[in-house]
Design a protein around this ligand. Structure first.
Ligand code: GDP
Length: 439
């Protein structure tokens, strides 16, 4: 995984939060300290880390816990949002015909990224073509030509000709019928005057829709200097951070980019043409924090859980959702042990066989089930079939219960659902009976 070390440390910090009995100032401070340590180790700028820490502490203590969310989820959500603030939203490069100019220093991964990008558009059904205008680095022409050949991507270049501007001019004519034209320009060891001039000339001829700066993720915070310098010279529309697969300093480049008011479009996560990921900050942070679907948590906060009446008829027709079960359990909790309740119902006479597990639910378990369900989204409650392993993991983290508890609850729900379906066949007026029990 990209930035495994940072992800691991952040996840450990959040686990502490989940495990702690109470969420108070002390707990929040402890967790923030762990997050600080993790971010600094990943080379994130100290000032940014401090600002973020203060925001988390302040918000966790001052903001009200949104309805439908427990205090742990509330803090996790704040951490998530503040991390997104640090890395910025990301640049969206649309899937449409366009010209893209690649810029960056030599060795940054520009040529490799050019081929990855061609592959990216090819996979999305657009026809890419590549122009090699890197006439500075001796191996660039052959490297790009070979990469494009392997991918079956159209390539234009003029081996041995140093006139990068002329190559671009002719290349554009040659490949004009293609959807996405990617121009790989030359890099230098630093941003020198002749490099700027050449970039400006190519820019003037090509009129690219996007200018993507490739930054080596391993250089950490130095990335901010490069991002700023390139932006000041010809302006950049987005950044690709390469080599994030092999560095522990990736946090430096990532945070540096948003610090300089640019934003990340893609990240490079390996050497093959497939190793390019579109950068979406919410997905990136969710992955980093080991949460399959944290978006669900956010949506949950925005949802206004409406109190609905139990629809017994629908339930017996088989539409018995987790939400129905939640309400049932709430009522049952007030009434006493499940076994007693079930025994009061003349189920045997109706030919309904109630599985033993349905009786095994003690008051303690009911409480646990409710805690687990508190960490589910409305959508999951209404359609529990959506809950796969990634969501189980998230629900487990959010609720502080183990994944086995979530699975046990889902199994119990299935049993109850089948029981409800079984009741449908009975002659007994179930609705009346349930009403009597206040269900
Ligand atoms: P350029 O001078 O900017 O065109 O740099 P290259 O594209 O030739 O890349 C320099 C080196 O970095 C090459 O060995 C690439 O294989 C390697 N590289 C580029 N991107 C990545 C990446 O995302 N991950 C890894 N591990 N290596 C990369």
């Amino acid at each position: 995984m990209v930035m495994e070390k940072l992800g691991g440390s952040l996840q450990d910090a959040l686990k502490k939060l989940v495990k702690s009995g109470r969420i108070d100032e002390h707990t929040v401070n402890e967790v923030v300290k762990d997050i600080q340590r993790a971010m600094l180790q990943a080379d994130v700028n100290v000032k940014l880390v401090m600002t973020m820490s203060n925001h988390i502490k302040e918000r966790a203590m001052k903001e009200d816990v949104p309805s439908g969310m427990n205090p742990r989820e509330h803090v996790i959500r704040i951490v998530y949002q503040e991390l997104i603030n640090i890395i910025g939203k990301g640049t969206d490069i649309p899937l449409k015909p366009q010209k893209i100019m690649m810029i960056g220093l030599q060795g940054s991964g520009k040529t490799t990224t050019t081929s990855k990008l061609a592959r990216y558009f090819q996979r999305k059904g657009l026809r890419p073509a590549v122009i090699c205008a890197d006439t500075f680095r001796p191996g660039a022409y052959q490297q790009l030509k070979t990469l494009c050949g392997k991918l079956n991507v159209t390539f234009y270049g003029e081996e041995g000709n140093p006139d990068a501007v002329g190559i671009v001019e002719r290349g554009l004519k040659e490949v004009e019928k293609y959807d996405v034209i990617i121009i790989d320009t030359a890099g230098r060891h630093s941003l020198e005057k002749d490099l700027i001039e050449e970039m400006e000339q190519i820019h003037a001829i090509a009129h690219p829709d996007y200018k993507l700066l490739v930054l080596d993720g391993a250089i950490g915070q130095q990335a901010s200097e490069q991002a700023r310098a390139f932006n000041d010279s010809i302006g950049i529309s987005g950044v690709v951070i390469s080599k994030l697969d092999g560095t522990a300093k990736g946090g430096g480049a990532i945070s540096a980019v948003s610090e300089t008011n640019s934003s990340i479009a893609f990240i490079g996560v390996g050497e093959t043409p497939e190793d390019l990921e579109k950068f979406e900050s919410d997905r990136f942070i969710s992955k980093l924090l080991g949460m399959g679907d944290i978006q669900g948590l956010i949506e949950k906060a925005q949802e206004n859980l409406k109190e609905e009446e139990l629809d017994m008829e629908a339930m017996m027709r088989g539409r018995f959702t987790l939400k129905d079960m939640y309400k049932q359990l709430e009522t049952l909790n007030k009434m006493g042990p499940m076994k007693q309740i079930m025994q009061m119902l003349p189920l045997g006479g109706m030919g309904v066989k109630v599985p033993e597990e349905a009786y095994q639910v003690t008051g303690e378990k009911l409480t646990k089930y409710r805690v687990v369900m508190d960490s589910m989204t409305e959508e999951e409650m209404l359609n529990p079939r959506l809950i796969g392993s990634a969501r189980i993991k998230r629900i487990s983290m959010g609720s502080g219960c183990g994944p086995d508890d979530v699975r046990e609850l889902l199994k119990y729900y299935k049993t109850m659902q089948n029981t409800m379906k079984g009741l449908r066949g009975g002659k007994f007026n179930m609705q009346k009976m349930m009403k009597k029990f206040g269900m």
